[in-house]
Design a protein around this ligand. Structure first.
Ligand SMILES: [Zn+2]
Ligand SMILES: [Zn+2]
Length: 92
């Protein structure tokens, strides 16, 4: 990981879980989730911060995401959350 990636990750960690934030739960400590589109490589994948529950829990993107159920359950897709994240980053 290079310096700018490290800085980016540190910023994402500060923002916390982007789904919790979007839902109004406040700032929740987050893990980094790579959005893999079209079987793309992990290295090039955009990253969003998600708390353990929303990442790998029963209502998380890894459990629900595969069949598109994550979006149905929460009303937001990974892409939607990435967009919200980018808006937050632009504001700061
Ligand atoms: Zn969360
Ligand atoms: Zn993940």
């Amino acid at each position: 990981m290079n310096k700018s990636e490290r800085e980016h990750y540190a910023r994402l960690e500060k923002i916390g879980c982007i789904l919790c934030r979007t839902l109004g739960y406040g700032e929740t400590p987050a893990q980094m989730h790579h959005i893999r589109r079209f079987g793309g490589k992990r290295d090039n994948a955009p990253v969003i911060p998600l708390c353990p529950e929303h990442h790998v829990g029963n209502s998380g993107v890894h459990k629900l995401g595969r069949k598109g159920d994550f979006e149905k359950y929460w009303g937001y897709s990974e892409e939607d959350l990435l967009e919200k994240l980018n808006e937050l980053i632009d504001e700061n």
